[in-house]
Write a protein that binds this ligand. Structure first.
Ligand code: SAH
Length: 396
């Protein structure tokens, strides 16, 4: 067993059970890609068992803080069982759900989603890459499923020195799948879609949007950054008369259109626009066109804190525009999935967007990712998705 020793003082985050060890924290020791190493503090005390990543800035990720734990097949079988069992803590109204959420489930570098009868896995660290076969077998055995598609094409693979890898690891067949979420159905493609195919993390927000639409009887809804139309279908299910959905991806829009039809909604209730959201919002403002409800769910503007300032301006811009074209009494559901923007900062950005738009709004709710994307005490980075629900106050 190889050992890596940390510099003096660098053991602190591990003692708080944070699993990342950065290259600069290591005084000595090295290992092969994905190899399990014993991590010791400067004085030689045991800190954890970790997977080594020779070329990543995150040089090692801790599997276990328990000195008696062996990192072997049974370790992965047990961790996967724990993660799947933990899902029973949560109310998940869908057959699409995240089964393993990386660090938050004690499996750094592993994401596994289940879409109906199909599993989709992303291996984004040397450690999970090395244990891939064991992990795949354990997932199939514990879910009783036979299809598992790999989506290891996230850009973080390059930071680990790993090539992209996609395709069936078990089973085969159509990569287009339909899930049943809340009162509606949504189709997605595990090979072509973003991430593992779909944004499961917005499940609870889609339901809230449907129920708010129903309660407040919104007529004209605008879904910005609609992707495959999850919020659009939610709005139509909530009784919206008409939904305009905007995205800059043609395949996403085609899927959104299919999803409107899949749920039996008349196509006349839906307009899909292949356009830039910022430009569209400006155009609506110029035309004096307004909406009763707006969703703003943009891509990650700030992956890390380094990008926060420019991202803050971009968030503020779209929120200012959206608030200005919202009817008084109308509702804005606005999100940031940027790890580099904290919940408090996002709140401030949206507040100052309101000030700039010359409006006031009730902030009726703070939203987060659906609970199958858990946050833990030890790993604050797990909180990436934050949302606010605002009701625009009448002018005056
Ligand atoms: N709300 C969606 C997920 C949104 S993901 C859901 O619930 O499933 C973000 C989307 O923004 C992607 O589909 C991407 O194609 C789109 N996008 C990125 N930049 C854009 C831009 N400038 N204008 C319009 N769409 C954009």
């Amino acid at each position: 067993m190889k050992t890596i020793r940390l510099r003096d003082g660098k053991e602190r985050s591990l003692l708080r059970r944070h699993p990342w060890i950065f290259d600069g924290a290591i005084a000595s020791g090295s290992a092969d890609a994905g190899e399990t190493v014993r991590v010791e503090g400067y004085a030689g005390q045991f800190l954890g068992w970790a997977a080594f990543s020779p070329s990543s800035k995150i040089r090692a990720r801790v599997w276990s803080f328990d000195e008696t734990q062996r990192i072997d097949a049974s370790f992965f079988i047990a961790r996967i069982a724990q993660a799947i069992k933990a899902r029973s803590l949560f109310d998940i109204q869908s057959d699409g759900r995240r089964l393993i959420h990386g660090e938050s489930d004690g499996l750094p570098g592993l994401v596994v989603d289940r879409y109906a009868d199909t599993l989709v896995a992303q291996f984004s660290s040397c450690g999970t890459e090395r244990w891939k076969d064991v992990i795949v077998q354990a997932l199939l055995a514990q879910t009783g499923l036979t299809r598992l598609y790999e989506r290891s094409d996230a850009s973080v693979r390059a930071l680990e020195g790993l090539p992209e890898a996609t395709g069936w690891l078990a089973g085969s067949g159509d990569t287009s799948i339909t899930i049943a979420e809340h009162d509606w159905k949504l189709s997605l493609d595990v090979a072509e879609g973003h991430k593992t195919g779909f944004y499961l993390d917005q499940r609870d927000s889609r339901q809230k949007f449907a129920s708010t639409t129903r309660r407040l009887q919104f007529e004209r809804v605008l879904n910005c950054f609609c992707y495959t139309g999850g919020f659009s279908v939610a709005a139509l299910a909530g009784g919206a008369r008409h939904v305009t959905s905007i995205d800059s991806s043609a395949p996403a829009l085609a899927r959104a259109q299919a999803n409107v039809a899949l749920n039996g909604f008349d196509a006349s209730r839906s307009t899909l626009l292949d356009a830039d959201v910022n430009a569209s919002l400006r155009q609506y403002q110029k035309e004096g066109r307004t909406f009763d409800a707006i969703v703003l769910d943009p891509p990650k503007f700030a992956p890390t804190i380094k990008h926060a300032e420019r991202a803050a301006r971009a968030y503020k811009d779209i929120n200012r525009l959206a608030l200005s074209i919202l009817e008084p009494g109308g509702v804005l559901f606005t999100y940031s999935c940027s790890g580099g923007i904290s919940g408090d900062l996002f709140h401030k950005i949206v507040a100052s967007a309101g000030t700039d738009a010359g409006i006031d709004a009730f902030i009726t709710e703070r939203m987060g990712g659906a609970p199958d994307h858990p946050m833990t005490v030890a790993f604050p980075e797990g909180e990436y998705l934050k949302g606010l629900v605002l009701v625009k106050r009448p002018a005056g």
